[in-house]
Design a protein around this ligand. Structure first.
Ligand code: ZN
Length: 452
């Protein structure tokens, strides 16, 4: 998935909505959106502030249920925004398939509010916002809190400030901000704000807005500190023949820049073309542009590295701990995935599916037996091998592949042919017999009982 900041088209939209309500004059609402910004750089609405009046306020969900994949309510006033367009944990949203929610913000004291600004970010249908916000002063210390959305209108002490609906104006996906400017009729100080948050498309289970931040502004703009997008930092390099080009996005991992340039770039430059040579197939052209990016562990969800299409994502915290250990080898493994391009496997063009153990076994074979044989990382003792399954994936399957390849020196193209069949969606277990004269099971048995 592409992060929004890399999208080429710049698309900004601003619309002012004057609401009219019988009971209370609704405050002025300005809606703006962008698909191209990295930190809510919008035409008029400023990026979130990190020291607004909501910074020390507390949130409470009075009705409704937070989604299991959502961040906690703290993300709404932590002064931080997601790093990319689809980061559930950095946003707050209601549970899929549920109805409305009632969100209470306790400002801890009554303050005069000049603006309330809500920010949301999602690549698709979870970007638009739909809510009403009410205020209460609690001057006498007594306050009634509604327990359901239906009770809001009949609970004493609450007045409607504004209703926000960005669905007509906001683009399909991107960053959306709604700025409520309180007019003289709302000038009384508020201690509590109550947000009645609604799903924007009731027929879609996954239409609850990804709210990134909600600011409450009371002071002068000059006292506010606004979030700034970090400048994008990228390393660009190519193989000496200029055939293959690479970009490494280090924006979030400045501390790894030196290592990346000095230690990782040479490995990629040397090994990507080698992997391409090791895994040819008819009419196949390996990707010529590969992108790598460093992402924080929170976004990687504990995974050290993964490849998706021609993009490799690397876990910053994991890499940092493995600079002298597995970091380079893990990148070699992911480069193999970029070259594999087994999309035919999923399409089942020839009606067969390459098993996952081979999809992972080939990268680990190239990594452990060709790139860094000296580390012995996929070695198995005879005892462990006796108890192992050749299709246990990763290092174990790499060990099996190494055994089959070494024990059949008369066929030097076993790896090449396995890969070509997998890429073209025609891998079947019978292939082992064609390549070696033995069935997959016979090879597995030989491997388990081999003595080396
Ligand atoms: Zn893998």
């Amino acid at each position: 998935m592409m992060t929004a900041r890399f999208l080429l088209c710049l698309c900004l939209l601003a619309i002012r909505v004057k609401g009219t309500f019988a009971a209370y004059p609704s405050a002025d609402v300005l809606i703006e959106s962008s698909v191209d910004s990295s930190a809510f750089e919008l035409p008029t609405i400023l990026p979130p502030a990190i020291n607004d009046a909501a910074t020390d306020a507390s949130w409470k969900l009075l009705a409704g249920r937070t989604d299991g994949n959502s961040g906690s309510l703290v993300v709404l006033n932590d002064g931080r925004i997601p790093e990319s367009a689809d980061q559930p944990r950095s946003n707050w949203f209601l549970a899929a398939g549920t109805n409305d929610g009632l969100l209470l913000l306790d400002l801890r004291q009554s303050i005069s509010i000049s603006q309330i600004v809500s920010y949301s970010w999602h690549p698709g249908q979870r970007a638009p916002q739909l809510y009403s916000v009410y205020g209460a002063t609690a001057a006498d210390g007594k306050m009634e809190f509604p327990e359901s959305v239906e009770q809001v209108a009949i609970t004493a002490g609450w007045s409607l400030i504004a209703r926000v609906d960005t669905r007509k104006q906001a683009l399909a996906g991107g960053q959306v901000a709604a700025r409520i400017t309180l007019t003289a009729s709302h000038a009384k100080p508020y201690r509590y704000l109550l947000f009645v948050v609604q799903n924007t498309e009731p027929s879609d289970r996954f239409s609850h807005t990804f709210y990134s931040e909600i600011d409450v502004i009371s002071g002068e703009e000059s006292t506010l500190q606004r979030i700034k997008a970090p400048p994008i930092r990228e390393q660009h390099f190519a193989t000496s023949d200029e055939l293959y080009r690479f970009t490494i996005d280090t924006t979030q991992a400045e501390e790894l820049e030196e290592w990346t340039e000095g230690e990782l770039q040479p490995v990629i430059r040397e090994w990507y073309p080698r992997i391409v040579q090791l895994l040819p197939s008819k009419d196949f052209k390996a990707p010529q542009q590969v992108r790598l990016r460093y992402l924080p562990d929170s976004e990687m969800r504990g995974v050290p590295a993964y490849a998706s299409g021609t993009t490799i994502s690397l876990n910053i915290e994991w890499m940092r701990g493995q600079l002298k250990g597995e970091a380079r080898g893990a990148v070699v493994h992911e480069l193999v995935h970029v070259v594999q391009q087994y999309s035919g496997r999923r399409r089942g063009r020839a009606g067969s599916v390459t098993p996952g153990w081979l999809v992972e076994g080939i990268p680990d074979y190239i990594r452990w037996f060709l790139y860094e044989p000296g580390t012995g990382g996929a070695k198995l003792s005879a005892e462990r091998r006796q108890a192992a399954q050749h299709n246990a994936s990763y290092r174990v399957s790499a060990n099996f592949l190494d055994y089959v390849i070494r024990s059949h020196p008369t066929n030097p193209s076993i790896l090449e042919q396995l890969n070509a069949a997998a890429r073209e969606g025609r891998y079947t277990s019978e292939l082992w017999q064609q390549l070696t004269g033995k069935t997959e099971q016979e090879l597995a048995n030989d491997w388990r009982s081999a003595v080396d």
